[in-house]
Each structure stands twice: as structure tokens, then as C-alpha cells.
Design a protein around this ligand. Structure first.
Ligand code: FE2
Length: 353
């Protein structure tokens, strides 16, 4: 098989060509418009590599991708406000809570994803086909290799102990990744235990929350904190970066996949659904099928360091492979959305900024 990089390079070159103005002799614009198939994608995925995936999709299907990128809540609000006039065909989020929010707003058309992807686990797909997971991400504990003995740290709950006082870097509670982690703890252990956990983490922070997950990893490398809670793909991206400074951050850090004997490591998903008023529902389904194809799953693993949702997907990414195997929390993705409001209330009560 040709390396993905080569395929993507080819797809990108093709995409660039197709944007060149056509010569006057190739016919009227109207004829061209009639034959051009398009899909309008509203995505909160903030990864440059997705453009390469879209280019490959266009190369394979001839369907052009119009990409609207914004935050999940902004996209949801836009599709909701536009109502029947919404041009959105596919709505993509990087978090199950936002899929839930979009679904609650009635933004998804039921689609038979279950027969499109027989290899997908039940908890990763909406029971009525309103959305489907595209790729998984695990929220893990990162630690300073030179200052922390990983054998002393197994669970998220361990970080609330007094020995971790002043040693934790973690982003703000306004971030949906933390909200979904807390929502999963609420689902597994109840609101009271979740509040005790949030209280303990808040008490042990090395600094007020700042920046994204990558900034927490940099905090460890800079000696500002000894542990952090981050999505594992940020580590993958630093470890596989072309920039030696990023590699050095990754080298200073180890990862622990927590709660292996306590319900599993918290996993969240990138997911997508067909918009309820999609002008191009067929093209929308084709794009989602492409994400779930052998090629698409491989692209997520190789380009964004996310785990495939289809069992047995093959990919070439030693950093990602080294993270396996691990036990993942198989809480229904819908529960992350259902518990989101409670999670936010708990964060407010404990004063986690
Ligand atoms: Fe992210």
C-alpha cells in the first residue's frame, strides 16, 4: 500500500488543480454547476490534517467539500438558527456532549449507520442513527518522567491525595473535555464522588488553569507541574512533530492510562451526523462512510493520533500503537451529554476556574 503521505500529497495537488480557472472553451458555468456534487461540512475539528482527508475524498468521489470551521456550540447555534434554510449537510464535533446537544436541538436526520459500519461498538453510535463516532480519544494522566514514579499512580482518583498538592496542571472547567470526564465520573460513581474528585483536583493545582492540553504538557516539561490530565493525541502530535522542541516536551513526559481496574480510561469521540435539513443528504452519507472506511480510519490514526472506531483498522503510527492495549470506559456516549449540566454545576460549586 502506498504510504498515506504520498496519497495525501497527490490528493492535495489534485485539489489545487481543480481550483484553477477553467478555460472558456470548456462550456458554460451552468453546465459545470449542474454536474458538480458538493457537501457542506460544519466541523469543530481543528486539525489541519482534516483538509488532506477532504482532498482525498474529493479525489475519490468527485464530491467537493465546502468546509465551515467553528467551535461546536457556534456551529450548533448556526444550524439551529438557520432552520430549514441551513446549508449544512454534515455536522462534526470533537466531543460527545456536543453531539448530544445538537441532537437535543433536533439537528440530525436518522441515518442507517449501523449497517454502514457493522464493526462499530454499540456505545459509540446513537441508537436511532442520529450520529456516529468517527474516532476515539482517551483522556489520560501525563507525568514528568524524572520526577514521578508511575507505579504510584493508577487512577484519576489518586490525584486528589495530599501528595499531589501543588503539582497538577489542567485546563479550565469551561473546556468540554474536562466536562465530559467529570460527566463520566458522575455516571460511574455518582455526583457526590464526582464532587469530591473535582474538589481534590482543584485543591492540588500547580497554577490557575491556562491554555489547552498541549500547554499542560509543556507545563510538565518546564517544571511548573509534575502531572497533567490531557487527551493523548496532543502527546502524539508533539512526539511525532518535525520540531525538535516539541519532541523534547514529549520525551520529558510519560503517559498513564488510568482506571484500568476501575471502569476504564475515559474515552471521548469525534463524531458526525447528517443534518436534518441537509440539501445533499446522499453526499453527506458518502462523506461519513469515507471517514469510516479503511482509508478514513487510517487517516485519523496516522494524521491526528486518534484511535480508530472500527476494530482491526490498520495504520502506521508507532506512537499510537505503543499506547495500546488499554481498558476504556464504555459508558454510553449519550451519558456524557446527559450529565454535562450536572458536571458544570459541580465545577462551579467547587470553584474550579
Ligand atoms: Fe482537541
Amino acid at each position: 500500500m502506498k504510504a498515506l503521505a504520498t496519497i495525501f500529497a497527490g490528493a492535495l495537488a489534485l485539489a489545487a488543480c481543480s481550483q484553477a480557472p477553467e478555460s472558456a472553451s470548456t462550456g458554460s458555468d451552468t453546465a459545470a454547476e449542474e454536474t458538480t456534487r458538493v457537501v457542506n461540512v460544519y466541523s469543530s475539528r481543528h486539525y489541519a490534517s482534516d483538509r488532506a482527508i477532504y482532498a482525498a475524498f474529493t479525489e475519490e468521489t468527485g464530491i467537493e467539500v465546502n468546509l465551515i470551521e467553528a467551535g461546536g456550540d457556534q456551529l450548533i447555534e448556526r444550524v439551529r438558527a438557520d432552520g430549514e434554510r441551513s446549508p449544512a449537510d454534515v455536522l462534526i464535533t470533537v466531543d460527545a456532549a456536543r453531539l448530544y446537544r445538537a441532537d437535543e436541538a433536533g439537528l440530525f436526520a436518522p441515518t442507517d449507520f449501523a449497517s454502514m459500519v457493522p464493526g462499530i461498538a454499540e456505545h459509540l453510535i446513537h441508537p436511532d442513527g442520529h450520529w456516529v463516532s468517527l474516532a476515539k480519544r482517551a483522556r489520560v494522566i501525563a507525568y514528568a518522567r524524572d520526577r514521578v514514579d508511575p507505579s504510584t499512580l493508577s487512577n484519576y482518583e489518586d490525584l486528589t491525595g495530599p501528595e499531589w498538592e501543588g503539582r497538577i496542571c489542567i485546563r479550565s472547567s469551561g473546556n468540554v473535555y474536562n466536562q465530559s470526564l467529570l460527566a463520566a465520573i458522575i455516571e460511574r460513581s455518582g455526583e457526590e464522588a464526582a464532587e469530591a474528585w473535582a474538589t481534590g483536583i482543584n485543591a492540588n493545582m500547580a497554577r490557575a488553569p491556562q491554555g489547552g492540553d498541549t500547554d499542560q504538557l509543556r507545563g510538565i516539561a518546564a517544571g511548573e507541574c509534575d502531572v497533567a490530565i490531557v487527551n493523548q493525541y496532543y502527546y502524539g502530535s508533539l512526539a511525532r512533530s518535525d520540531d525538535a522542541a516539541n519532541n523534547a516536551v514529549a520525551e520529558a513526559v510519560g503517559l498513564i492510562f488510568p482506571n484500568q481496574e476501575m471502569g476504564g480510561t475515559h474515552v471521548n469521540v469525534s463524531g458526525a451526523g447528517v443534518a436534518v435539513n441537509a440539501p445533499h443528504p446522499e453526499e453527506a452519507q458518502q462523506l461519513i462512510a469515507f471517514f469510516l472506511s479503511e482509508f478514513g480510519q487510517r487517516a485519523f490514526a496516522e494524521l491526528t493520533n486518534e484511535f480508530p472506531v472500527i476494530e482491526g483498522s490498520e495504520y502506521d503510527n508507532p506512537v499510537l500503537e505503543a499506547m495500546l492495549p488499554f481498558v476504556e470506559d464504555d459508558v454510553d456516549m449519550g451519558a456524557l451529554g446527559e450529565n454535562n449540566a450536572t458536571a458544570q454545576r459541580v465545577f462551579d460549586r467547587v470553584g474550579w476556574p
